[in-house]
Design a protein around this ligand. Structure first.
Ligand code: G3I
Length: 347
């Protein structure tokens, strides 16, 4: 009996060891190991003033998502007044470095300029205002931006439409109209719907797929789905992520793991940044990468992390908690999460 116990314990340790993420360096670029695009959300000011940040963005990634610079409040601060200066410099940076640009985002409920939130007019006026924004922006970047998150976060976790100004003033068909306007502005650009908790909330996933299936059957172009993947080690489970991915694969969309970060602080409050925790985060990143690679090649749009280092993450300020959700630590050194990504790519 005792010997059995010992064997089980020994096997357990061997299994854990085999599953360990090895410490690594970032001398080899992540994108050079992948046969699909490896992306990062960036801030133009960090790129301009932070040399360590710029070095990582330039060497490790071959796809860029502007974290905030392409949102409506940045691009159309006053009605009819578009400001492309910062966005254009970001595009120029990416083009100099042969990086793909994924536009984020044409319509959302957040980061709208005040005038848009307060816009008054009937449904026709709202549609015209939405159309002007979408088409001016898409046409401006035509030929330089490969793809757009046309609509971001339009569904609640229970599958209902999210209340927002577009739903309120235009109605449910604002999604259909938005995709149509984007397609008419640039017939070569790829059009995505992007949301969070798609893997965690089955009803949300189903509602999104059902809605866009309806649009596609009417001839509306919808090329891809972005799974944001703001996740924890255990939530959603690997199985839940696989199920969502399989459902989207079956519905024949391109798939973008569009906003990856792996939070380490489930409970909030202060936390110890132990090797164990860092390893678990590394393992989750490896699993995500493995899951992405089960997607048929022609549907792999790419994997994008939502920021460079733990200093850049939106999570600590938004949730007012200590957290370390990204690939690089606060000294811009690669974490085990980076090594998990690397191991997943070379598996
Ligand atoms: O630009 C102002 C600056 O002038 C001011 O001094 C500073 C003081 O707080 O705020 C700056 O604006 C902040 C902005 O990021 C730019 O840094 C806003 O307060 C802050 O709320 C905003 O947060 C962004 C968040 O979206 C807004 O909801 C995050 O950076 C951005 O990473 C995050 O990204 C979203 C995706 O677009 C959609 N999916 C969820 C994801 C995380 O929330």
């Amino acid at each position: 009996m005792k010997i059995h116990y010992l064997i089980i314990i020994a096997l357990f340790f061997v299994a854990c060891k085999a599953d360990e993420i090895e410490i690594c360096t970032d001398e080899v670029a992540l994108h050079s190991l992948a046969d699909f695009p490896i992306g990062v959300a960036v801030s133009p000011s960090e790129l301009q003033y932070n040399a360590a940040y710029q070095e990582i963005v330039t060497t490790q990634f071959n796809s860029i998502t502007p974290g905030n610079a392409f949102k409506p409040d940045a691009l159309q601060p006053s009605e009819g007044v578009f400001d492309f200066e910062v966005a254009d410099s970001l595009v120029a940076f990416a083009m100099r470095n042969n990086q793909r640009i994924h536009g984020h985002t044409l319509l959302w409920h957040n980061q709208l300029p005040n005038w848009m939130n307060r816009f008054s007019g009937d449904r026709t006026a709202w549609i015209k205002m939405m159309k002007t924004h979408i088409q001016t922006v898409v046409r401006h970047f035509e030929g330089r931006v490969k793809s757009w998150d046309v609509v971001n976060e339009a569904f609640e976790d229970n599958g209902d439409f999210r209340e927002n100004i577009w739903l309120e003033h235009i109605g449910k068909d604002y999604l259909e109209l938005a995709f149509e306007f984007a397609q008419k502005a640039d017939s070569t650009v790829l059009l995505f719907y992007n949301d969070y908790n798609i893997a965690l909330k089955n009803r949300k996933c189903r509602a999104i797929l059902e809605h866009f299936e309806g649009l596609k059957s009417k001839g509306i172009q919808v090329d891809g789905i972005g799974l944001q993947l703001h996740i924890f080690n255990r939530i959603p489970t690997n199985n839940e992520i696989e199920n969502a991915v399989n459902a989207i694969v079956e519905a024949e969309y391109l798939i973008h793991f569009s906003e990856i970060d792996i939070s380490m602080n489930w409970t909030g409050g202060s936390m110890n940044l132990t090797t164990n925790r860092l390893e678990r985060q590394g393992r989750k990143m490896k699993v995500l990468t493995n899951i992405f690679q089960t997607i048929p090649k022609k549907q792999q749009f790419g994997m994008t992390v939502w920021g460079v280092s733990d200093l850049d993450s939106w999570i600590p300020s938004f949730f007012e908690r200590e957290d370390y959700p990204l690939l690089y630590d606060t000294n811009y050194e690669p974490k085990l999460m980076y090594c998990g990504f690397l191991e997943g790519l070379i598996d």
